[in-house]
Write a protein that binds this ligand. Sequence first.
Ligand code: KPL
Length: 310
Amino acid sequence: MKLAIVGPGALGCLLAALLREAGEDVSLVDYRPDRVARLGRDGIQVHTLEGGHRLVKVPIGLPPEVGACDVTIIAVKAYQTATAAQALPVLMSAGGLALTLQNGLGNLEELARVAGPERLLAGVGLLGVTRTGEGRIVYAGQGAIFIGVPAGSRVSGTEVAALAEILRHAGLPCQAREDIEAVLWEKLVINAGINPLTALLRVPNGALLELPPAWELAVAAATETQAVATAAGLTLTGDPEARLRQVCTATAANRSSMLQDVLAGRPTEIEALNAQVAKLGQTLGVPTPVNHFLTQLVRALGAAVALRVG
Ligand code: KPL
C-alpha cells in the first residue's frame, strides 16, 4: 500500500518516520521545494525524552513527484487545509482514500470541497510530539489514534481496519471507531482546554495541573465545549475534567501544538478550536464566555508582538 503524509510538521514527521521504520512505502509531501530538498537530504531526527535519538530517511516530494497513493494522511495545520486540499486530486489514486488527523472543526468540509466526501476518513491523534526544528521532533507521549468513517463517506469498515492495522504495526496505538464525530469533539474538548492556556503561559501541558488558576480556566473551556457538543446532538462519554487531566498527565512534557506555533511565530489554530466553539455556542444558545475570552487573548497575542515594549 502506497502512503503519503501531507505536511512535514511535528505529527507529519512522526507518522512518516514510524511508518518508514515499519517498512511501509510512505512519502512525505510538502509544497516548498527548498524544504523538500533539505529534508530529502537530511532526513528526520526522532528524539525521545529518555535522550535517545535516531535518523530516519523518508522519501519526500512535491505532490506531482509523489503521485497517486492509496492512503493520503493530512497532517497540516487547520489554517493550511484549503491549500493541502488542492493536492488531493494528484495524491489520491482511483479508489484511494484520505484521512485527516488535524485539530479542530472544519477540516473535513474543506477537504470534501475538493475531493468529495466519499473517500474521506476522519481521525484524531492524542500524541505528544514536539517539533524542535526542521525535520527534528521529540516524541514525548504515546497517546492513541482513533479513525473512523464520517457522515457522507463510503469508505468500508474493512478499509478502516486495514489502515488501523498499518498504523498499529508502526507502533501507533490506533483504534477504529464507529462514533468518529463524537471522538473529534472529545479531542476538541481537550484542545480547547490545553492549547490556548499552554500557548498564553508558555508552559508544557503537564504544568497546567500545577497552576490552579490556569487549570480552572482550562476545565471551564473544556466543560463549555462539551456542553456545545451535547447541544449539537452528540453524546460524549466521560467527564471533561477527567479527560483533560488524563491527557495533561500522558503528555506532561509536551509543548502543545499552539505553544509550538506561538514560539515559532506562526499563526495558531485558535480559529478552528475555541473560536469555533464560541461561534457554535452562540448559534445553539450555549454560553461560552471562557472560550470567547481565550480566543480573544490568543488573537491579541499574535497581534501584540509588533507593539511590545521591553
Ligand atoms: O493535540 C494536542 C495538541 O498539542 O494540539 C495535544 C493532545 C494537547 C497534545 O499536546
